[in-house]
Design a protein around this ligand. Structure first.
Ligand code: FCB
Length: 466
């Protein structure tokens, strides 16, 4: 049953209307919600192993219970339908499908088969991300993303997934945020696999890009005509003063252009190659890699959370840094309000980012594949979650997205992060991003006020009059 009152129609009280056919969705990721980490043949991913390390994840949280979505997926699909979602972006867990990175485990694929059919039966378009950070631990033990071979193992895994689901999945995304997999996973070590080696991180970045390109070919083979691309976490980057312009250029290069240019132009930017030469980037690139990585995509998925305000490096970082090639760079606060993650709320940065992409990478259909906020939600005595901050956050960002569309950006959809409260990686379950509150002890779901508001946006295909 819909959470939107039947009096709401798409004709009334709309202040900003989105284009016809605009995709309204919500996103999740396998390790963050599924639980059931030892069920039906699944084996460890790097995140299972990382969560066991004392102090690696807040409160000692692990992939259990997640939001128990593996068992409760049908009820969750019913919830999505009640919100009127047009699309759902989930990720497929590689350690379910090829638990050791090698042989296929049909029971693991069966789960996604059931999920996809259930979504289609509810009229919700399934969007699949093939890699949202849960590398099989067995592959990490033979080098993980620092090993070129992992890219070929990824292609085999993609082959098995797309062969099974390619007739029914609406949109395909190869990787989620390879910057995090490479630099947070292998340079600062704040994420699994917790390695702290700048050269390892740079190797991981190149092999992730290669995996993307090889994966695209497998998607094309089994799901011709279905839209496919990659999801990047992109940031508008500004220098705090003209003297800091070079630091901003490097941060933009190492955060944004290192992935955008190979995927969309088939080449690393010269300045990124030079900045990362001390870490071996030019030596990693073999003949033929860049044409593979530059296989044309149908769309770019953008995860936007916040902008970066940068000042030049002024010290040697005391601990391993994600900022390989620009160690010691300072990120300054701009005085805006922050979410519970400490991330600044800056919707204007989204308009700026979309316009920049539109100008620099023309004729590129774009989807916002993640945007959302963590706030300390509580279920009130009346059973309601009054998350007005999240509602305001989403409202601001949707207005920013609309402004970009009005200026010509080919933005085709928006997926809110996240459908459900979940395991926020190293921050554990305490950081709640969901439209739907999850009580992790009972697995009770409560539709938050922001979700009811989002449902009314979807019903109107636009923002309600203020
Ligand atoms: C992104 C991740 C996603 C979630 C959000 C808050 O970097 O892709 O899984 O953790 O941040």
């Amino acid at each position: 049953m819909s959470v939107v009152p039947s009096s709401v129609t798409s004709e009334e009280s709309v202040s900003l209307r989105f284009p016809t056919g605009f995709v309204w969705g919500a996103a999740t990721a396998s390790f963050q919600i599924e639980g059931a980490t030892t069920v039906d043949g699944r084996k460890d991913s790097i995140w299972d192993e990382f969560c066991r390390r004392p102090g690696a994840v807040a409160a000692g949280d692990t992939g259990e219970p997640g939001a128990d979505h593996y068992r409760r997926y049908q009820a969750d699909v019913d919830l999505m339908a009640s919100l009127g979602l047009g699309a759902y972006r989930f990720s497929v867990a590689w350690p379910r499908v090829r638990p050791d990175g090698g042989a296929v485990n049909p029971a693991g694929l069966d789960f996604y088969d059931r999920l996809v059919d259930s979504l289609l039966a509810a009229g919700i378009a399934p969007w699949a991300t093939l890699y949202h950070w849960d590398l099989p631990q067995a592959l990490e033990e033979s080098g993980g993303w620092t090993s070129r071979d992992t890219a070929y193992r990824f292609a085999e895994y993609v082959d098995s997934v797309v062969e099974r689901l390619g007739d029914r999945v609406t949109g395909w995304l190869t990787l989620n945020e390879p910057w995090c997999s490479a630099f947070v996973g292998y340079a600062s070590g704040r994420h699994a696999p917790g390695v702290t080696s700048p050269t390892a991180a740079v190797a991981a970045a190149h092999h992730l890009l290669l995996a993307h390109g090889l994966g695209m070919a497998r998607i094309r083979a089994h799901a011709p005509g279905m839209p496919a691309g990659i999801t990047l976490n992109l940031f508008p980057v500004a220098a705090v003063s003209p003297a800091d312009a070079d630091a901003a250029r490097r941060v933009d290069g190492l955060q944004n252009r290192i992935f955008l240019d190979p995927v969309l132009r088939g080449a690393y930017p010269d300045d990124v190659l030079a900045d990362l030469a001390p870490y071996g980037l030019p030596d990693l690139v073999r003949d033929g890699d860049l044409p593979v990585i530059g296989t044309p995509v149908d769309m770019l998925g953008i995860n936007y959370y916040r902008p970066l305000l940068v000042a030049a490096p002024s010290y040697s970082p005391p601990e391993p840094s994600e900022w390989v090639g620009v160690e010691g760079v300072r990120f300054l606060p701009s005085g805006r309000p922050r979410t519970e993650m400490g991330w600044e709320v800056a919707p204007g940065g989204l308009t700026e980012l979309l316009l920049r992409l539109h100008e620099q990478y023309p004729r590129l259909p774009m989807y916002i594949t993640e945007n959302g906020a963590a706030y300390p939600d509580v279920v009130g005595r009346d059973g309601q979650v009054r998350d007005s901050s999240r509602r305001a956050y989403l409202d601001g960002h949707l207005r920013a997205a609309h402004a970009a569309i009005q200026q010509g950006v080919d933005l085709r959809g928006y997926f809110c992060w996240s459908l459900l409260d979940n395991l926020e990686w190293a921050e554990g379950y305490a950081k709640r991003f969901g439209l739907v509150h999850v009580d992790f002890a009972t697995q009770h779901r409560t539709v938050k006020e922001s979700a009811r508001w989002y449902a009314s946006v979807i019903a109107r295909n636009g923002l309600p009059a203020a």
